[in-house]
Design a binder for this molecule. Structure first.
Ligand code: FRU
Length: 658
């Protein structure tokens, strides 16, 4: 271990070398948990997609196995699932043994007769998942689409047949199919588009879970991964709770994303720019500036309909080549309410270093707040708390400082309000509110009917630039899922699997009630470490904010904080170590938590990740971080009053590998 790259995870799975993305073929069989995964056997970047393979007796100790299903020149092996065909319904078993059958997506290359098509294919193993043979009749399900992928197959007990959930990614639709033998598939129904649609839908999953341990009956959960357009930006996983009757999935609730706050409309751009002042040539070069292209209602040039759109926009950008700088400024106003809520879309091009494109609040000539959109395909609320500027004169401006013309912002609506608007995306259900939990999918046939899920700890926003070698990509900890009634409806609750306990060392530090009274309180050296589990109950008492910083040295650290005034839990990795490899990486993610008195957290820190499970696992935030190896400090803080870190304990986690 000592000779390894300092960011090679010790309690999370990574291959020893080369690229990895989605988990595939998660199945428990004969005492082994199999983890197949999207893998490039020849390099540390995405490509040559094949299935890598690892096995574990307990979901914690992983052993890498030989490449399972290699790509060919005609066919790349995209994501999919594995089932154990217990009754040999497929006839692919030998000697009366149950075969393992992989249902994967064939992504055909230009060398194939099916060039441009994605279709579902089978491979089978009669040696416990080690070696695989492709089925001769492949593909088994082809609808002539180039975006048809990521089948997840399971045995539907009530009906006595196999069910497949699979996406048509660009249409944001899940298709359901059934089969008696895994070879012939009949379409049952479709679900979608629904809820978050700001990106393609990928990697679906469908399973049944008891509600409140069975006291509330059971419900079906449909997981849909989405990229980009997730709640924390870029890739993420949303889910729907509902019923599956063997044919159709029906969600219990569908909400509209748009959640307009109460308040006073300051600008809506329904009728053009009103009395806003447009300066289209800040550089004075005499060239036409970036503002002025107000798109037709609901559309962006050449793009998808804009989600949550309600009328006109003030917009700039989409100018090719060199663009002059410009700005649009509102008339001056006096700040009289606590919040300015803005409906914003678009975004800065992460690949552009020439300057920012953003919406700013200017008070006395100084920029005091900034907002940008999440992505180009939908609008979302941003809430500025401006209570400290009450009574001051201000104006809002949209400014394009990028000279390469790629950044763009859409400003749809501005409201002066007494409360913050919630992002429309926050009205939906998400598996994780951090930036690095994608392609999440669950195990088939896990013992004791447990539902165990894991995801790729990454985000397509910057996955290719993650600064590790000779491997790139890591899996999350496996999580056990349950449905619990929260806020009057069943929601997913997730905890790291109990088996993680086998890696725990002795408690290195604990405290019943550590008082925090302004400033930071660093824990003693015996608490410090690179890889550990920390439990705490944050009691803000009179503080506005209370939290902790992990993987800390003099200048860097990852902050996990509870903003008690706004009842939000956040993870801030803006100064977490190496953040410069991609400008989309530094970020602060947050989630609404119960306004209750204390916030209970379990934090699992590895060499290059932080997973935060809050409120018994009903809120989760997962992030990669790249701190220096010497950044091992842990400290706690409270701001604006006195708080307590209660029932605090820190224990080292031992590596699963030698
Ligand atoms: C998700 C995904 C899948 C696809 C695979 C290709 O991350 O794009 O839709 O099957 O990765 O590697």
């Amino acid at each position: 271990l000592a000779a390894e790259h300092p960011h090679r995870p010790r309690v999370h799975y990574t291959p020893a070398e080369n690229w990895m993305n989605d988990p595939n073929g998660l199945v428990y069989h004969d005492g082994e948990y199999h983890l197949y995964y999207q893998h490039n056997p020849e390099g540390n970047a995405w490509g040559n997609m094949s299935w890598g393979h690892a096995v574990s007796p307990d979901l914690v100790h992983w052993e890498e196995r030989p490449l399972a299903i290699p790509y060919t020149e005609e066919e790349h092996i995209f994501s999919g699932g594995v089932v154990v065909d217990h009754d040999n319904s497929s006839g692919l078993g030998t000697d009366g043994e149950a075969p393992m059958v992989a249902v994967y997506t064939s992504a055909y290359t230009e060398r194939s007769e099916h060039a441009g098509i994605q279709a579902q294919s089978l491979a089978y193993s009669n040696d416990g998942g080690e070696t695989w043979t492709k089925y001769e009749g492949n593909p088994v399900l082809d609808i002539g689409s180039g975006e048809f992928r990521d089948p997840k197959v399971f045995w539907y007990e009530e009906g006595g047949y196999w069910v497949m959930a699979v996406v048509v990614a660009d249409e944001r639709v899940v298709h359901f199919y059934r089969s008696d033998d895994l070879l012939d598939w009949t379409k049952l129904s479709e679900f979608g588009p629904a809820h978050a649609t700001g990106g393609v839908w990928e990697v679906p999953d469908l399973f049944e879970l008891p509600v409140d341990g069975g006291a509330g009956g059971s419900k079906w959960v449909l997981v849909v991964n989405l990229n980009p357009g997730a709640v924390a930006g870029g890739s993420g996983a949303q889910y729907f709770v509902g019923d599956f009757d063997g044919v159709e999935f029906t969600p219990d609730r569908l909400v509209t994303g748009d959640d307009p706050p109460e308040g006073e409309v300051f600008a809506d751009f329904e009728n053009g720019y009103g009395d806003w002042e447009i300066t289209n040539d800040l550089d004075g070069t005499g060239t036409e500036g970036p503002f002025g292209s107000a798109p037709a209602a609901g559309t962006l040039p050449g793009q998808q309909p804009v989600d949550g759109h309600r009328g006109g926009h003030l917009m700039n950008g989409f100018v090719d080549g060199d663009a002059p700088r410009g700005e649009a400024a509102s008339p001056a106003f006096t700040i009289e309410r606590d919040y300015i809520n803005l409906l914003v879309g678009g975004g800065d091009n992460p690949r552009s270093d020439t300057g920012d494109t953003s919406v700013n609040l200017v008070v006395d000539g100084e920029v005091v707040r900034t907002a940008t959109g999440r992505d180009s395909e939908h609008l979302d609320w941003t809430a500025w708390n401006v209570s400290e500027y009450r009574g001051r004169t201000a104006h809002i401006r949209v400014r394009d400082d990028a000279s390469d013309g790629w950044g763009h912002v859409l400003l749809d609506h501005i409201m002066f309000s007494d409360a913050p608007a919630r992002s429309g995306l926050e009205n939906y259900d998400w598996l994780d509110h951090g930036r690095d939990y994608y392609a999440a999918v669950s195990y088939n046939d896990a013992p004791d009917d447990e539902r165990i899920m894991l995801g790729w700890m990454n985000n397509w926003d910057y996955a290719g630039d993650i600064p590790t070698s000779p491997w790139r990509g890591a899996m999350s900890l496996p999580r056990r899922l349950e449905l619990a009634t929260l806020d009057g409806r069943p929601q997913l609750v997730q905890r790291p699997v109990d088996q993680l306990a086998s890696l725990r060392g002795d408690i290195a530090y604990s405290h019943d009630a550590l008082p925090l009274d302004g400033g930071e309180r660093r824990l003693p050296p015996r608490a410090e470490g690179e890889v550990f589990e920390l439990d705490v109950e944050l009691d803000p008492e009179t503080a506005d904010e209370i939290g902790l910083t992990v993987r800390q040295d003099g200048t860097t650290g990852t902050v996990i904080g509870y903003d008690a005034r706004r009842s939000r839990l956040f993870v801030d990795r803006e100064r977490s170590g190496d953040v410069g490899f991609n400008s989309a990486f530094p970020s602060r993610s947050s989630v609404a938590v119960d306004p209750g008195a204390t916030l209970e957290l379990r934090v699992v820190v590895d060499t290059s990740s932080v997973e935060v499970f809050a409120e018994g696992g009903s809120r989760v935030l997962t992030h990669r971080i790249f701190p220096g190896a010497e950044a091992t400090g842990i400290s706690l803080y409270a701001e604006g009053g006195r708080g307590y870190a209660r029932d605090l304990s820190v224990r080292p986690l031992n590596p699963y590998r030698d």
